[in-house]
Design a protein around this ligand. Structure first.
Ligand code: MG
Length: 352
């Protein structure tokens, strides 16, 4: 038998020093998350399907194509303006299925509870989870409960797995953007992150910023039924629009060119971002997505989204180019150009 040699300073053949530890930024969805996925999880767990790093993985059962996605929710605080960890867990999972053009069908629910959590809070969160499932047309097919001692978790964590059916061919994928496509955001960005921040920092805002947390199945089903030529979709979650576009640019081997002026940001979100020194392009949403579509269909996609999601303010924000492959360039409001990198470090931990 061949003997596996372990290099000094490596663990399981991976270059990990014994001093390396997990930091909050590993969960940011930005550069450190990507590096953790690419350097540790992909080599140890990856396979042909998982390595595509899509929002949900598609697979065939018989002659039908399905999508599966799993996620854990650790948001803090667990109640925030516009939702709570229960509704968020359903929306986040349903939306990852939708991003592959799938119709969400089933979900699982695993609750990890910290000793001391008031039962009344758990009941409210569970009610929200149930209502969000009804709103999203998904049925709960399996559930689990675990309780850990005080301090071993923070109130409640929820893990979900979503399962849906894909009836479109080809299914939208993060690898399918092509030069000439246009980039659309489905609505104004950054509300979820700023709703969490305002709750966390107890900001006394004149008008409360509500999270955009919502299921995207109705919009996506309408776009799929109209056979819109959508090549990629990704929900704008951790790391915000900037990070999502970087991921798509890298997966599709294309450049993305966007116009800051055309990116919809609510004035109040913009004001709070300025107050806290944050860039809205890096702030998470939980009910908005980017779609990358053939140029000739872009206006129709925008008007269809506007029809379904009244008031969401969808907008064409840029185009896919062959130059600057793997990078995102933003043309600023004053006409300058800069490279828009992935989120580095962690500006808003535990946003979802
Ligand atoms: Mg996603």
């Amino acid at each position: 038998m061949k003997e596996e040699k372990q290099e000094p300073g490596t663990v399981c053949g991976l270059p990990i020093a014994s001093s390396d530890i997990i930091r909050l930024a590993h969960g940011s969805g930005g550069k450190m998350t990507s590096s953790l996925i690419e350097s540790l999880f992909v080599p140890l767990l990856g396979n042909e399907q998982l390595n595509k790093l899509d929002d949900a993985t598609d697979f065939m059962l018989g002659s039908t194509r399905f999508a599966i996605s799993t996620d854990s929710y650790v948001v803090s605080p667990i109640f925030f303006p516009g939702g709570n960890i229960g509704s968020l867990a359903v929306h986040g999972t349903v939306n990852d299925l939708c991003m592959r053009g799938a119709k969400p069908l089933f979900i699982t629910a695993s609750f990890i509870l910290e000793e001391g959590l008031p039962l009344q809070m758990l009941a409210e969160i569970t009610r929200s989870f149930s209502q969000a499932c009804k709103d999203s047309n998904v049925k709960i097919l399996a559930a689990d409960t675990k309780v850990v001692g005080k301090g071993a978790a923070d109130n409640i964590f929820i893990n979900t797995t979503g399962f849906g059916q894909i009836d479109v061919e080809p299914a939208p994928s993060c690898q399918s953007a092509i030069p000439g496509d246009l980039i659309i955001v489905s609505g104004d960005i950054g509300r979820h992150g700023m709703a969490i921040m305002s709750a966390r920092e107890s900001l006394n805002l004149e008008t409360e910023i509500l999270s955009d947390s919502a299921p995207l199945h109705k919009i996506v089903q309408a776009l799929m039924e109209d056979a819109m030529p959508i090549h990629c979709m990704r929900d704008i979650t951790r790391g915000g629009l900037a990070t999502v576009l970087n991921e798509l640019a890298k997966s599709s081997n294309v450049g993305m060119y966007i116009y800051e002026h055309d990116i919809p940001v609510h004035p109040q979100v913009e004001a709070v971002c300025e107050l806290l020194g944050l860039d809205p392009l890096y702030v998470a949403c939980e009910g908005r997505f980017v779609s990358i579509v053939s140029a000739e269909a872009a206006e129709s996609v925008v008007s269809r989204i506007r029809q379904i999601e009244n008031g969401s303010n969808p907008s064409i924000i840029g185009e896919v180019r062959s130059e600057h492959s793997g990078a995102v360039i933003v043309e600023t409001r004053i006409g300058g150009k800069r490279i828009l990198d992935k989120l580095s470090g962690e500006q808003l931990p535990r946003i979802c």
